[in-house]
Each structure stands twice: as structure tokens, then as C-alpha cells.
Design a protein around this ligand. Structure first.
Ligand code: PBG
Length: 342
């Protein structure tokens, strides 16, 4: 007759009688949700998010971006609707990218006062008071060749490009942007933009510098969203080599000397060490950009049923904050705010 067998010492009674003599039992603080919440070191909140929006001309336009489910190209009226929803979710700001009707070799639509970004800044500042409006300052969405600046012999030339960026930043400030965010990685642009803003009476407009922006494969979906892939070549002559961190600190230091108010590391997940060092060494408000490819990876895995999306999203954003980011720019802003609100 079969009898119930158990390994020696594995019955509940035996287990209760077995006791290691431990001075420290870290598991005590993990026993209940209340205990875990009490000792949690990193708390995520919607107040640290900024949500990017892609604006274009027209009216009533809302076209989903194939590789970025839940992210849209929006006409200005639709962007205003999203801005209302973003503010209602407790998110303090938006970051605007523009899709111009026309592109040319020098990206002149970047500083057209009637272009979508400038129009969206005015509309959002007027209709959604209190929401911060940040603008991306770069030429890649505006040049016919998709490069971030003016080309001479197929090379992006630095100083002439900086003058174009200054024009773009001034036009954003004139439209009412609270923060301009140069993402081009040209040398000396922060200083020139600061000087030009001050001279034009925009001393109160802040600069968030994409200070350590890496040449990353994770911008792929953004380039579909913004129609800004370079027609030839790549961005290695100005964006940083993913292998470098000391260089990132030098870039950040230069931008701070030139007048950056907030410094950014981009992308986020693959550069957590850079975020940590930038925050520790400079102590400035530090932003991290959780970029399009990072978002697309989570979305794709979730759609295949391979990961639990809300958990993966919060784990990701928590890691970015834990590394030292004060501000997280993320396409997940509203979704994360919703989950955090319970
Ligand atoms: C340049 C810019 C890019 C991103 C933000 N600003 C693209 C690039 O450098 O090619 C990428 C953002 C993302 O991938 O979410 N205007």
C-alpha cells in the first residue's frame, strides 16, 4: 500500500522548527504591500514626465505612427486636445516636434513663425494655461536631405548650422515656448542660443540641452514619425559614440558653462550609468529621454503577449529615475500616469 512520504524536514511542522541564527533578515521588509511601500526608495510620479507630440499642418489630423502604437501625428487643433488631456493627467509639460509642409537644403521651415510648431506653441500656451511647452530645436525634420544641419561637401558644417538653430530657437521663444531644447549636438550652440535669447528679450526662456546625445539605433521609429531619416550617411560626426562616458561628462560640462538650465542624456535605458554620473557630478536638473525605439520594443513585446506591459513600463521608468533622472521624456507619459493614479 502506498503511503504518503515526505523528505525529512520538509513538513510544515518540521519547517517551523528549523531556524537559522540570522542577525539580519532583509525579507522582513518585503512581507506585505504596506511594508514594501514604506521602504520604497524610488517613487515615480507623473510630475516628472514630459510627453512628446508630433505636430503638422491642417485640421482634424490624427494619424497613428506604425512603429509607435498610441503615438500620432497631430494637426495643431488635435495637439491642443492632447495637451488638455496631458495636463489633466498631472503631467507638467509637452515636447513639440514639427512636420513641415516643405523642406529645403537649409531647413528654413524650422524658423517659419507660421509653421506647425510655432502655431502649436501659441495655441497650447493660450488654451492650456499652466502646461509647460518645450520645443525641440534641430534641423533634421526640416532639411530635404534629413541631416541636422547645413551640408558642405556632404558634411554637416558646425558654425553655419548653429546660426540656423539660433533662428529656430528665437522663433520658438517668440511664440511663447517656456523651454527650448536643442537636440542637434553642434558645438557651441547653447552659448549662441543663450546670447541670442537674452539679446532678443527672452532672458526668461530656459534651455534644456540634449547634452549627451548618443548616435543610437533606438531613434528608428522617431525618424518614421518625423520623416527625418538622413538621405545618406548617418549622424556619427556629431552624435556621441555609445562607447563613451567621460566624453559625455565633458559635453555636459560645456553645455552648463554655456548656459544650459537642464541637461539631458539620451537614450535612457542603455545609458543609465551616464545618467547616474551626470546627476552625481553636476547636480543640475537632469532629464532622460526614453526614446522611440525603447518605447517601440516594449509595445511590440507586449502586443505579442511576451511581457506584462504595465509592469515593464513602470519598471523601465523607475530604473531611469533610480539612476538619477529628475525629468523623464517618454511616449508612455499618459499611460504611466494612468497606472500610477491606480
Ligand atoms: C532630432 C531628434 C531625434 C530625436 C529627438 N530629437 C532624432 C535623431 O537624432 O535622429 C529622437 C527621439 C526618439 O527617438 O524618440 N531632432
Amino acid at each position: 500500500m502506498a503511503t504518503k512520504t515526505s523528505l525529512p524536514g520538509t513538513s510544515a511542522a518540521a519547517a517551523r522548527g528549523t531556524r537559522l541564527d540570522l542577525a539580519r533578515r532583509p525579507r522582513r521588509l518585503r512581507r506585505t504591500p504596506a511594508m514594501r511601500a514604506l521602504v520604497r526608495e524610488t517613487r515615480l510620479s507623473a510630475e516628472m514626465f514630459i510627453e512628446p507630440l508630433f505636430v503638422r499642418s491642417g485640421e482634424g489630423w490624427r494619424t497613428e505612427i506604425g512603429s509607435m502604437p498610441g503615438v500620432y501625428q497631430l494637426s495643431v487643433d488635435e495637439a491642443v486636445k492632447d495637451a488638455h488631456a496631458i495636463k489633466a493627467a498631472g503631467i507638467p509639460g509637452v515636447l513639440l516636434f514639427g512636420l513641415p509642409d516643405e523642406k529645403d537644403a537649409v531647413g528654413s521651415a524650422a524658423y517659419d513663425p507660421e509653421a506647425p510648431v510655432q502655431a502649436a506653441v501659441r495655441a497650447i500656451k493660450r488654451e492650456v494655461p499652466g502646461l509647460l511647452v518645450v520645443t525641440d530645436v534641430c534641423l533634421c525634420e526640416y532639411t530635404s536631405h534629413g541631416h541636422c544641419g547645413i551640408l558642405v561637401d556632404d558634411e554637416v558644417v558646425n558654425d553655419a548650422t548653429v546660426e540656423q538653430l539660433v533662428r529656430a530657437a528665437l522663433s520658438h521663444a517668440a511664440a511663447g515656448a517656456d523651454i527650448v531644447a536643442p537636440s542637434d549636438m553642434m558645438d557651441g550652440r547653447i552659448g549662441r542660443i543663450r546670447e541670442a535669447l537674452d539679446d532678443a528679450g527672452f532672458a526668461g526662456t530656459a534651455i534644456m540641452s540634449y547634452a549627451a546625445k548618443y548616435c543610437s539605433a533606438f531613434y528608428g521609429p522617431f525618424r518614421e514619425a518625423a520623416d527625418s531619416a538622413p538621405a545618406f550617411g548617418d549622424r556619427r560626426s556629431h552624435q556621441m559614440d555609445p562607447a563613451n562616458v567621460e566624453e559625455a561628462l565633458r559635453e555636459v560640462e560645456l553645455d552648463i558653462e554655456e548656459g544650459a538650465d537642464i541637461v539631458m542624456v539620451k537614450p535612457a535605458m542603455t545609458y543609465l550609468d551616464v545618467i547616474a554620473r551626470v546627476k552625481a557630478e553636476f547636480g543640475l536638473p537632469t532629464a532622460a529621454y526614453h526614446v522611440s525605439g525603447e518605447y517601440a520594443m516594449l509595445k511590440a513585446a507586449a502586443r505579442n503577449g511576451w511581457i506584462d506591459e504595465p509592469r515593464a513600463m513602470l519598471e523601465t521608468l523607475t530604473a531611469i529615475k533610480r539612476a538619477g533622472a529628475d525629468i523623464i521624456i517618454t511616449y508612455y507619459a499618459r499611460e504611466a500616469a494612468r497606472v500610477l493614479a491606480g
